[in-house]
Design a protein. Structure first.
Lengths: 460, 395
C-alpha cells in the first residue's frame, strides 16, 4: 500500500505466539500504567462539562422543566432530541458487535469492545432525558407495570411504553453482551496483575474464568445466541423510538418510512461517533496497528452507505408530502426547507447527505485528518436531524393560530453539554480500567491463531 | 494507614501457600496445532477429568476433545418462549382483564400493539437466562479460588500459550504416569498443581452458606430500603409553592386571634342567608294557617312555581295535581290537590306540607328554596282555580 506505512503496519503475528504478548502489552498498557497528562486534560474537560450539566439538571429538578425552552406548540424540545440522538449513537456498537459478528466480519474484533462500551454509555446518557422530561423523575417507577395502591396499570398500546421496554431491554442485553466479552480479558488481567488489590478486584470481576475449553464451548454458543438476539433487538429499538413520532398524527411525523429511516440514521450517527472516538483513542494510546487504517476505511464505507440511505429518506419524505396531496404534509416540508428553521435543515442536509459523499474517494477514506472532520460533521448533522424532525414539525401544525417558535434556554444547552460530559467521562474511565480491544477475540483472528489442519466436518 | 494498605496489597498479591494435595498435572504447548494434537491424544488415552486451557477458543477443539454439543441453544429457546408467554399473560391480564380502558376504540387486549413488548421480553428473558445459565449452571462460575489460578500455567494459558491439565480426580490418575504421558505428546513446562492450603475442598462460593445468608440479608435490606424510599418519594410534592402560600387556611390554628382559630365563629344568633328557622313544625293546621304568603301572586311567581312544581311535585301529584302519579305504583298515589280540603286550606297549610312533609310525603325544604315553595303554592292555586272554573271565568 502506498499510503502512510505506520498506519497500515500489521503486527508480525505469523512467526510465533510471542506476538500475542505484544497485543496484550499494547492493549493493556493504558490499564497498567499511570494515565498520561493528555488523559487528565481530557478527563478534566469531560468532568467540567458533566458538572455544568449536573448544575442545569439540579435547577431543572428544583424549579421544574419550566426552565427549558419547551413551550406550547413545541412540547418536545432538547430533551427528546437528545434522547433520540444518544440512543442512535448506541446503535453502531450493537451493529458492530452483533450484526457484523453474524456476518463473520473479522475486522470488527478490533473495534467491537470499544463500540459496545459506547453503546452502553450512550444508552445510559439517553435514558436520562425522558426521565427528566417527565418532570418528576423520582416517580419514574410508575413507567413500569408494577402492582400499586392506585390499582392502575400502564397503557400497553402507547409507543412511549414500548420505548420503556425497548430501551431497558436494550441496555440490559448490551450490558451482559459487553460483560461476558470482558470476562476472559479480565481473567487475563488477573493473571498479569502485580498489585494485590488489583488482583483481587480482577479476580472477582472475572468470576474466576479459567479459559478452559469446556467453558469456551458454552461461552461461544451463548455469544452467538446473544448476537442473534441483539440483531433484531437493535433494529427494534430505533423502530420503536420512531413509533413515538410515526404513531402520532402530526404532519411530518406520521409517515411509514420512519422506522427504516431512523434505523439507518442511528447506524450512521453511531458510526460517526465510533470513528470520532477511535481516531483519538488509537492516536493517544498508540494502537495504530491494532485499530488500523483499514478499519477506518471500512467504517467510512458504512458511513457512506448509511448516509446515502438517510439522504434517500429525506428525498422520499418530500416526494410523499407532494404525492399524498395532503396540504398540511406538503406545508410542513416546504416550511422545513424554507421556513424559519431552514438553517437547521440545510445544516442537516449538508452534514448528512453532502459531505459524506466525499467518501466515494479512496484517498479521502484513508485520510485520517479529513475523516476526522467529516465524522465530526456527521455527529453535528445527525443531532440537527432530530432537531429538524421534532421542532419544525411541532412549531407549525394544522392551526396557524397556534404556531410558535422554539428557542432553547441556557439550561437546555447546559444539559446537552452535560450529556457529552457524562458520555466522555464514562468512556475515559472505561479506557483507563478495561481493555478497550477484546483480546480473546482479536487473538483468535490473527493469522496463525487457528490450527492448520482441522477436519472440516468438525467445524461448527 | 497508607502503610497498612500497601502491606495488605503485598499480602494479597502473594500466592498463598500450597498444601501437598495434588489438584492436577499441567503442561504447556506453543502452537494451536500442537494443542489440538495433545487434546486428541489425551482423550484417546482414556482420560476423563481433564481440560484444555486456551487464551481464546480454538477451532476444532470440541471435536478433538470429543465433547458433546452444548444444549444452551435449546435452553435459550425455552427461555425465549417463557418470555413471550409472560408478555402475553401480563398484557392480557393487565389491560384485557384487570384494568379495562377503551383506547382508540380498540379491543382491550390489543394484539398488534402488544407485539413490541412481546418481542422485547422474549429477547430480554432469553438473553438473561442464557448468560446467567452459562455462567452459573454450565460453567459453574463464580469460582474465584480454583487451584489452577495464580499458577505459572494459568499465566501463560490466559495470554500466549495453550495448556492441558489432567486432574487428580481422574480414575487413572498417577502423577508420574501423567507427567510422562504429557511429555510424550509434546508438553513443555510440566507442572504439578497443588491445592492452596486453606482451601483443600474446591467449592463453588455461590453455594456457600455465609454467601447465601449475606445475599438474603442484602435482599431484605434493599427491599425494605426501596420500599421506604418509594413511600417517601411518592409523597414528595413536586413544586409546592402554589400549595404553600402565606395566607390563612380555614382549619389551621392562628396566632393572631385569642382563641387560636384562624376562621372566627359567627356572632351568636347569626342566621345564614336562606336558612331562617321554621317555627311551625308539628303545629295543628289551625295554627299553621296563620303563616302568610310573602310572595305576590303575579305572572313571575306563577311561571317560577310552574317550573318548580313540574320538576319536584308532578312525578307524584301529576302535572295538574290530580294525583295521577307517574311512578307506576312504586310509591303510594297521593290524593288530588283539588279536594275541598286543600282548596279551603290557607296558603300556609300547603307550604307546611312541602316544608315538613305529611305522612308518606317527605319534606322538600332541603331541595326547594323558601321563595320557590311559596311560588309553588301560588301555582297550585292557579291549578285549583282552573279545575274548578266558574262560568263567569270564561271570556
Amino acid at each position: 500500500m502506498a499510503f502512510d506505512s505506520t498506519y497500515t503496519r500489521e503486527l508480525p503475528l505469523v512467526d510465533s505466539r510471542s506476538s500475542f504478548a505484544e497485543i496484550d502489552d499494547t492493549v493493556l498498557a493504558p490499564t497498567e500504567r499511570k494515565p498520561s497528562k493528555k488523559w487528565f486534560v481530557a478527563f478534566l474537560m469531560a468532568n467540567t462539562a458533566l458538572l455544568i450539566g449536573a448544575i442545569c439538571v439540579g435547577y431543572t429538578l428544583y424549579y421544574g422543566i419550566g426552565m427549558w425552552g419547551n413551550n406550547n406548540p413545541v412540547g418536545w424540545g432538547f430533551d427528546i432530541i437528545n434522547f433520540v440522538f444518544w440512543i442512535g449513537i448506541g446503535h453502531a456498537g450493537t451493529l458492530i458487535s452483533a450484526i457484523l459478528f453474524l456476518f463473520r466480519q473479522k475486522w470488527r474484533t478490533a473495534i467491537a469492545r470499544f463500540a459496545e462500551a459506547m453503546t452502553i454509555f450512550a444508552v445510559m446518557t439517553a435514558g436520562i432525558f425522558p426521565i427528566l422530561h417527565t418532570g418528576r423523575p423520582w416517580l419514574a417507577g410508575y413507567l413500569l407495570p408494577y402492582p400499586n395502591q392506585n390499582a392502575l396499570w400502564v397503557n400497553f398500546t402507547s409507543p412511549l411504553l414500548w420505548d420503556v421496554f425497548a430501551v431497558s431491554t436494550y441496555l440490559t442485553i448490551s450490558f451482559v453482551f459487553w460483560g461476558i466479552g470482558l470476562i476472559p480479558d479480565i481473567a487475563l488481567m488477573r493473571a498479569r496483575a502485580v498489585s494485590g488489590i488489583k488482583k483481587s478486584i480482577y479476580a472477582i470481576l472475572s468470576l474466576g474464568w479459567k479459559g478452559s475449553n469446556r467453558d469456551w464451548q458454552n461461552y461461544e454458543r451463548v455469544y452467538l445466541i446473544l448476537a442473534g438476539l441483539s440483531t433484531p433487538l437493535v433494529l427494534s429499538v430505533h423502530t420503536i423510538v420512531s413509533f413515538d413520532f410515526a404513531v402520532s398524527v402530526i404532519p411530518g411525523w406520521h409517515t411509514t418510512i420512519f422506522p427504516p429511516y431512523f434505523v439507518a440514521g442511528a447506524i450512521f450517527s453511531g458510526f460517526g461517533m465510533v470513528s470520532t472516538c477511535l481516531i483519538i483513542l488509537r492516536k493517544v494510546y498508540d494502537m495504530e496497528n491494532i485499530i488500523t487504517l483499514n478499519h477506518i476505511e471500512k467504517m467510512n464505507k458504512i458511513l457512506l452507505a448509511t448516509g446515502t440511505m438517510v439522504g434517500y429518506a429525506y428525498g422520499m419524505e418530500f416526494f410523499i408530502a407532494w404525492y399524498s396531496g395532503n396540504p398540511f404534509e406538503s406545508f410542513v416540508f416546504i416550511n422545513r426547507a424554507f421556513g424559519p428553521y431552514a438553517w437547521a435543515y440545510w445544516i442537516m442536509i449538508a452534514c448528512n447527505v453532502g459531505f459524506p459523499q466525499l467518501f466515494w474517494f479512496k484517498k479521502i477514506r484513508r485520510n485520517i485528518g479529513i475523516t476526522f472532520v467529516l465524522v465530526l460533521l456527521v455527529n453535528v448533522g445527525m443531532w440537527f436531524e432530530r432537531f429538524v424532525i421534532i421542532v419544525t414539525s411541532l412549531h407549525r401544525d394544522f392551526l396557524p393560530a397556534s404556531w410558535g417558535m422554539y428557542i432553547p434556554t441556557m439550561y437546555d444547552l447546559g444539559i446537552l453539554l452535560g450529556s457529552f460530559g457524562l458520555f466522555f467521562t464514562l468512556l475515559l474511565l472505561f479506557v483507563k480500567v478495561m481493555p478497550s480491544v477484546s483480546l480473546a477475540e482479536i487473538k483468535a483472528v490473527v493469522p496463525g491463531a487457528q490450527p492448520t489442519h482441522h477436519h472440516h466436518s468438525e467445524e461448527h | 494507614m497508607l502503610k497498612k494498605i500497601l502491606k495488605l496489597d503485598e499480602d494479597l498479591a502473594k500466592d498463598g501457600p500450597r498444601s501437598s494435595k495434588v489438584h492436577s498435572v499441567a503442561a504447556l504447548f506453543d502452537t494451536p496445532d500442537e494443542i489440538i494434537h495433545a487434546a486428541a491424544e489425551t482423550s484417546n488415552a482414556g482420560y476423563d477429568k481433564y481440560d484444555v486451557y486456551t487464551p481464546y477458543p480454538v477451532h476444532g477443539m470440541d471435536a478433538a476433545m470429543r465433547m458433546k454439543e452444548t444444549v444452551i441453544g435449546k435452553f435459550a429457546f425455552l427461555a425465549g418462549f417463557t418470555g413471550v408467554s409472560l408478555a402475553v399473560a401480563m398484557i392480557g391480564y393487565m389491560s384485557g382483564f384487570d384494568y379495562k380502558n377503551i383506547i382508540g376504540g380498540k379491543p382491550f387486549f390489543n394484539l398488534p400493539a402488544s407485539i413490541p413488548i412481546m418481542f422485547e421480553l422474549t429477547v430480554l428473558i432469553s438473553g438473561l437466562f442464557c448468560v446467567f445459565g452459562m455462567l452459573l449452571l454450565w460453567n459453574k462460575l463464580p469460582q474465584i479460588s480454583n487451584p489452577l489460578h495464580d499458577t505459572n500455567f494459568m499465566k501463560y494459558t490466559s495470554s500466549t500459550r495453550f495448556g492441558v491439565a489432567i486432574e487428580a480426580s481422574d480414575a487413572q490418575f498417577d502423577v508420574d504416569k501423567v507427567k510422562s504421558f504429557l511429555a510424550g505428546v509434546g508438553g513443555k513446562d510440566i507442572e504439578v498443581v497443588y491445592y492452596p492450603e486453606e482451601n483443600i475442598v474446591p467449592q463453588t462460593p455461590i453455594f456457600n452458606r455465609q454467601f447465601i445468608y449475606t445475599l438474603i440479608l442484602v435482599a431484605i435490606v434493599t427491599a425494605l430500603g426501596t420500599y421506604g424510599a418509594i413511600g417517601k418519594l411518592v409523597n414528595i410534592l413536586p413544586f409546592d409553592w402554589m400549595h404553600n402560600q402565606f395566607k390563612v387556611n380555614p382549619q389551621n390554628t392562628s396566632t393572631l386571634f385569642k382563641d387560636g382559630r384562624s376562621m372566627q365563629r359567627p356572632v351568636d344568633g347569626t342566621v345564614a342567608r336562606g336558612y331562617m328557622p321554621y317555627e311551625y313544625t308539628g303545629m295543628p293546621d289551625s295554627l299553621v294557617k296563620l303563616l302568610s304568603n310573602p310572595v305576590p301572586m303575579d305572572e313571575k311567581s306563577i311561571t317560577r312555581g310552574k317550573k318548580q312544581y313540574n320538576t319536584y311535585c308532578s312525578p307524584c301529584h301529576g302535572y295538574f295535581g290530580a294525583g295521577d302519579s307517574r311512578l307506576n305504583g312504586q310509591f303510594p298515589n297521593p290524593p288530588t290537590l283539588h279536594s275541598k280540603k286543600v282548596r279551603e286550606w290557607a296558603d300556609g297549610n300547603i307550604y307546611n306540607v312541602m316544608t315538613n312533609g305529611q305522612n308518606t310525603m317527605p319534606s322538600y325544604a332541603k331541595q326547594i328554596s323558601r321563595d320557590d315553595r311559596w311560588a309553588i303554592v301560588n301555582y297550585i292555586r292557579v291549578l285549583q282555580r282552573a279545575e274548578n272554573a266558574k262560568d263567569t271565568d270564561l271570556p
